[in-house]
Ligand binder design. Structure first.
Ligand code: HEM
Length: 177
């Protein structure tokens, strides 16, 4: 029998796609905020004009509810995939970055108050998520090559994976048999 190509549930693909767009945007805009207003340990060569705290915060507002939904879907639909340490680490990195970001207050950096524990945690999460995602992509390519990587971005829809079934798919692992 020919090996079947990997398939990812459509709801997981949709939310994972949102992460692939929003996480790098949050990461890069965060780098600009750090460079413009802090830059103590790592002076970055970018100093861009504009209210980057506002831009970074707006991306965060879009990111956190979708990240929460993504985590829910990863725990229900994709629970077995989290046995892969690189997948689990990507989710932990995302949780840390989003969680510490929710605790941040935008006035801290505007007022030059750079000594908050939460801010240091958010900076650490910013570094961690970059490392976690490099490992995640490397592990996906090592385990399944382009075929596994592409499965997360493929538009194919199986008959039993219609958006109508998303709610049922989500709650199935928690339903009594
Ligand atoms: C940028 C932010 C990203 C985040 C936060 C992220 C996070 C995750 C997480 C948590 C899972 C496990 C999902 C589950 O348990 O159902 C996963 C799976 C996966 N991701 Fe990502 N990912 C990101 C980027 C990428 C990129 C760029 C690729 C391209 C190679 C990719 C390819 C995959 C694949 C193929 C799987 C399924 C792996 C498997 O079946 O074990 N991810 N991702």
């Amino acid at each position: 029998m020919a090996p079947t190509s990997p398939y990812q549930p459509s709801l997981l693909r949709l939310l994972h796609g949102a992460m692939v767009v929003l996480v790098p945007l949050a990461w890069l805009s965060g780098a600009v905020v750090y460079s413009n207003l802090d830059g103590r340990w790592l002076p970055l060569p970018v100093q861009l004009p504009g209210d980057w705290i506002e831009i970074h915060g707006s991306i965060g507002v879009l990111l956190w509810p979708l990240a929460l939904l993504f985590a829910l879907v990863a725990f229900s639909l994709g629970r077995h995939k989290l046995r892969q340490p690189a997948n689990a680490t990507a989710l932990i990195g995302l949780g840390l970055a989003v969680g510490s970001g929710k605790l941040m207050q935008e006035d801290w950096l505007r007022e030059g108050r750079l000594d908050h524990v939460v801010y240091h945690l958010h900076l650490l999460a910013w570094l961690l998520i970059a490392a976690a995602l490099l490992w995640h992509v490397e592990a996906v390519l090592r385990r399944g090559g382009r075929s596994l990587a592409g499965s997360m971005f493929s538009p194919t829809l199986r008959a039993n994976d219609h958006p109508r079934l998303w709610l049922d798919q989500l709650t199935r692992p928690f339903q009594k048999r």
